[in-house]
Design a protein around this ligand. Structure first.
Ligand code: F6R
Length: 585
């Protein structure tokens, strides 16, 4: 959801800002801009589209600057609405949403001020300029007291050689080394830049300039300790080509690494006692992470026999959920910054649940608010469509299921899932041949039962988000209650069948689809099913337990989405309208 960067030091700012923005592009790529000060003169460039459109800004003079890559909330993606926003002496970039922007804008208009954009962010520049009396930090604080919503800001002004930043519900990190200071929305944007990195907490301010000074919400200077072991490493998938393809190739390693580190994570988490007393599990997440939660529900209820509720975080936070005593809330998130997941997790905690975070970013907001943390080790995920992080989440959730089972006096042992995933990756190359047919289709349907239904949901989401094809993930047995009406001549239907007990039942749905001229693409562990005449094409998965199969069966569906996106001429790494880290409501 928008990425912001800033630099002050002895080098030229522009190349550093552009490199940082490139690394943040997964947070939004509607428009981009940079502003650099040189001897009191402002260089400003804003362009519609990706950071690449700013390449001519590289030569801009000046060692103090800020930059932004945008995911539009208020106002269309355009150069006009791109950040940085400039009003009088104030220049700023913003990540977040200002909920009372309209009221504030009316106030500014009544003073006779004119706006250059339709954004909620520009209003902040107006507020700051209005109250500026020679101290940028004080003006930013005074203005922030008027704002409702979420914001991370980096602000400069003509009169002062510094950058003032503040964080409220949108992430922000700063780093320093050798007289150079950096600010960014996340640590990977600062990869290899500085030794000492600090994560701002809500309500904190920082001034970058002669010194790096942190302040609390009342502007009292505070000491902050650098993040331990959180040097901004460059851990994005190496190599050439699309990130999504490279990240899928890393699935087995992400799962294996998560498993290798799990025991240590578990011991450090303090969960042992909590699991013994857990009577209910409340899983909260969004999107792909929500699907991982659904997979866990099937596994935990079957193997441990305790009730599990899985909620979409944006619903949970407003539904006044009933949280019973003995509830362990599990918030799942790759980024650890998803606004809805954070709010829902906080609510569960406030209602008395123990809060466990399953998260891929160590210094994230979610890991800070949780009482217990289990890390996934997927490494940085850059492609907007989540792949390896989903498989790593499943690995952590299945290992948690194993621990829960033990805590409840049951035994459970996981099959070698990372090995099966490796084999599935190789076999999944075959779905490239399916892509042409999906690319030409009007829509698609994914079906399955039990854990296979969860796989179907995730396969459908992947297809939607990067191919823009309407698609539904559906319980196989529910098809005949309405959705079957969508099946027409050649409608592609992906059927996932890995559970022995219900395989025949799902095949009934397959027959019903074929009888209506739909084309069935079967993803299964059972070789004999591939031979059935109703099956148009099939992919045989390596054998593993049906209960834990989503970690393996999803792989051909991720690949199918990737190849179909390519066949439709889309960039799979940067689907339209989306961004990786959804830090707004
Ligand atoms: C889909 C996707 C999203 C995220 C969702 C939650 O491919 O990536 O649906 O899963 O926005 O994000 P995190 O896991 O960062 O909380």
């Amino acid at each position: 959801m928008c990425g912001i960067v800033g630099y002050i030091g002895k080098r030229q700012a522009a190349p550093i800002l552009l490199e940082g923005l490139k690394r943040l592009e997964y947070r939004g790529y509607d428009s981009a801009g940079i502003a650099v000060f040189h001897a009191g003169e402002l260089f400003l460039m804003k362009r519609k589209g990706s950071v690449r459109a700013l390449s001519r800004a590289k030569g801009a003079e000046g060692s103090l600057g800020i930059g932004h890559t945008r995911w539009a909330t208020h106002g269309a993606p355009s150069a006009r609405n791109a950040h940085p926003h400039v009003y009088r002496n104030i220049v700023l970039v913003h990540n977040g949403i200002i909920e009372n922007a309209e009221d504030l804008r009316r106030e500014c208009l009544a003073r006779g001020e004119r706006f250059a954009s339709e954004t909620d962010s520009e209003v902040i520049a107006h507020l700051i300029a209005h109250v500026y009396r020679g101290d940028l930090l004080c003006a930013v604080r005074e203005s922030c007291s008027r704002l409702e919503g979420a914001y991370a800001l980096a602000v400069m002004c003509k009169e002062e050689e510094r950058i003032v930043c503040v964080r409220q519900k949108s992430p922000l990190v700063v780093a320093e080394e050798d007289g150079e200071q950096f600010v960014a929305s996340d640590l990977p944007a600062l990869a290899g830049k500085a030794e000492r990195a600090y994560v701002l907490c809500d309500g904190e301010y920082v001034s970058l300039g002669k010194a790096l000074t942190f302040y609390d919400s009342a502007l009292n200077p505070i000491e902050k300790a650098p993040e331990k072991g959180q040097q901004a490493q460059d851990s994005a998938a190496k190599g050439r080509g699309h990130f999504m393809l490279r990240e899928m190739a890393e699935i087995p390693a992400a799962m294996a690494k998560t498993a290798q580190n799990f025991e240590k994570e578990y011991q450090n988490s303090g969960l042992c006692e909590v699991l013994c007393h857990a009577e209910y599990i409340d899983i909260i997440a969004c999107g792909t992470a929500y699907h991982a939660g659904l997979c866990a529900k099937y596994a935990i209820e079957a193997a441990v026999r305790i009730p599990v509720r899985v909620s979409v975080a944006s619903e949970y936070r407003y539904m006044d959920p009933i949280v019973k005593r003995g509830t362990l809330a599990v918030a799942i998130s790759q980024s650890g910054e998803t606004a809805d997941t954070l709010a829902a997790a906080q609510l569960a905690k406030a209602k008395g649940a123990n809060l466990l975070a399953i998260v891929n970013v160590q210094s994230s907001s979610l890991s800070r608010i949780a009482e217990h943390v289990l890390m996934t080790y997927a490494g940085q995920e850059v492609a907007v469509a989540a792949t390896k992080s989903f498989n790593a989440q499943l690995m952590a959730l299945y290992l948690l299921t194993e621990k829960l089972a033990r805590a409840k006096g049951r035994t459970l042992s996981l099959p070698p899932l990372a090995k099966a995933a490796k084999e599935a990756l190789v076999r999944s190359e075959a779905v490239r041949a399916w892509a042409e047919r999906f690319a030409a289709a009007r829509d698609a349907i994914f079906i399955g039962r039990g854990a296979d239904y969860c796989t179907a949901l995730e396969g459908s989401l992947k297809l939607k988000e990067i191919t823009y094809l309407p698609s539904e993930g559906y319980p196989a047995g529910e098809l005949k209650h309405g959705t079957l009406a969508l099946i027409g001549e050649d409608t592609p239907v992906v059927a996932v069948v890995t559970e022995e007990g219900t395989a025949r039942k799902t095949m009934n749905a397959v027959h019903e689809v074929a009888a209506r001229s739909g084309k069935v693409f079967l993803v299964t562990m059972f070789a004999e099913l591939c031979k059935e005449k109703e099956v148009f094409a099939s992919l045989l998965l390596p054998k593993t337990s049906g209960l834990f199969s989503p970690a393996v069966a999803v792989i051909p569906l991720q690949k199918l989405a990737y190849h179909t996106a390519l066949a439709r001429g889309n960039d799979p790494d940067k689907p339209r309208n989306l961004a990786k880290s959804v830090t707004v409501e």
